[in-house]
Design a protein around this ligand. Structure first.
Ligand code: NAD
Ligand code: ZN
Ligand code: ZN
Length: 345
């Protein structure tokens, strides 16, 4: 079969022929219908060899949907031909967070060497892939695979972050979204669907601000000199009850710290490596700063339900598998509006 592989540090990924996988006991063979390209894949490919935690070559992709092609022995939860979405943050299945369905916070995955698809295990950018357990699939039903695939990360990750801040996002509150890309443009829709808060989007790129408006942001601003003052004025000088940073570089976490209101939340979702110091009165009294990771299986089911209700729609640009390297090139250059989705068949 064909797969998109990252084969050596610093080199562009390539579509290559690899052996057809077969499911062992308890495993499932998925025929991949669609796979999303995330900025985290670019971060992975920009790391030096010493900072790369996985062996190469690696089949990329951690957003996936498809149909069940074959069931390994002992798998009873699904039937062949059923449409499913991959729950990507694979954990051990036995620790307390895993038993709650929060495998994104598995306490044993690292020590046991359990790795999500595309981050150590063979990923979704292939004609077929192995799912290690039926715990890592949820039913897709009649959702369109192309529109739904990125809900597994670009939907689930902001959903998880926003749910943590919901008690602060009452009517009259303000939520700021920094970075209106793959995750950010879904975050705006989730905030509109789940809260009555005013949604303010920030980006460095005009196209992304236009997308932010299209998907429901009340106000949009270019991240440039003078922006902080404008956003503070909007909130009568109080700041935002929640700031979601989908970039996470030093300048944006500092922006988040400057814009958050007293007793507000800063959620650093982007993996830009920025650090926001927390101490007495820093950034302000009562502010909670967290860096959430992905989401729970239950939250994925909820995000898919929001899509079924027509309340969230991922903007996509599609590529055949042969063109997947180009999808990443365009993502890296900031030329994808919404999410790049690769179609392996
Ligand atoms: P993306 O490239 O689709 O979107 C990034 C957006 O940020 C773009 O619109 C870009 O123009 C904008 N941007 C860049 N620099 C900016 C700045 N200084 N100020 C304002 N806007 C700026 O990326 P994505 O796939 O949406 O991923 C976003 C981030 O989230 C990445 O760092 C990714 O690694 C991370 N991520 C984290 C998790 C998690 O679990 N925490 C999950 C998925 C992705
Ligand atoms: Zn991702
Ligand atoms: Zn676990």
């Amino acid at each position: 079969m064909k797969a998109l592989r990252y084969h050596s540090v610093g080199a562009a990924p390539e579509v290559v022929e690899v052996p057809d996988p077969t499911p062992g006991p308890g495993q499932i063979l998925l025929k991949v219908a669609a796979a999303g390209a995330c900025h985290s894949d670019l971060s992975l490919m920009s790391r030096p060899a010493a900072a790369l935690a996985y062996p190469l070559p690696l089949t990329l992709g951690h957003e996936g949907v498809g149909t069940i092609e074959e069931l390994g022995s002992g798998v009873g939860a699904f039937r062949v031909g059923e449409a499913v979405a991959v729950y990507g943050p694979w954990g051990c299945g036995r620790c307390r967070p895993c038993l709650r369905g929060e495998e994104n916070y598995c306490v044993r995955a690292e020590s046991l060497g359990i790795r999500p698809p595309g981050f150590g295990s063979p990923g979704t950018m292939a004609e077929y892939m192995i799912i290690d357990s039926s715990r890592h699939l949820v039913r897709l039903g009649d959702l369109d695979p192309v529109s739904a695939v990125s809900l597994t990360d670009a939907g689930l990750t902001p959903y998880h972050a926003i749910k943590r801040s919901l008690p602060k996002l009452n009517p009259g509150a303000t939520a700021v979204v920094i970075g209106s890309g793959g995750l950010g443009h879904v975050a705006i829709q989730l905030l509109r669907a789940l809260t009555a808060a005013r949604v303010v989007a920030l980006d460095i790129c005009e196209d992304k601000l236009a997308l932010a408006r299209t998907v429901g942001a009340h106000e949009v601003f270019r991240s440039e000199a003078g922006m902080l003052k404008k956003v503070m004025e909007l909130t009568d000088g109080h700041g935002a009850e929640a700031v979601f940073d989908f970039v996470g570089v030093q300048s944006t976490v500092e922006t988040a710290g400057a814009l958050v209101a007293l007793d507000g939340d800063v959620m650093i979702v982007g993996m830009g490596g920025g650090v926001l110091p927390v101490g007495f009165r820093k950034p302000k009294y009562g502010v909670r700063v967290t860096a959430p990771y992905w989401g729970s299986r239950g939250e994925l089911i909820e995000v898919l339900d929001l899509a079924r209700a027509g309340l969230v729609r991922v903007h996509t640009e599609t590529f055949p598998l042969e063109q997947a390297p180009r999808a990443y090139e365009r993502l890296g250059a900031g030329h994808i509006d919404g999410r790049a989705v690769v179609l392996p068949h």
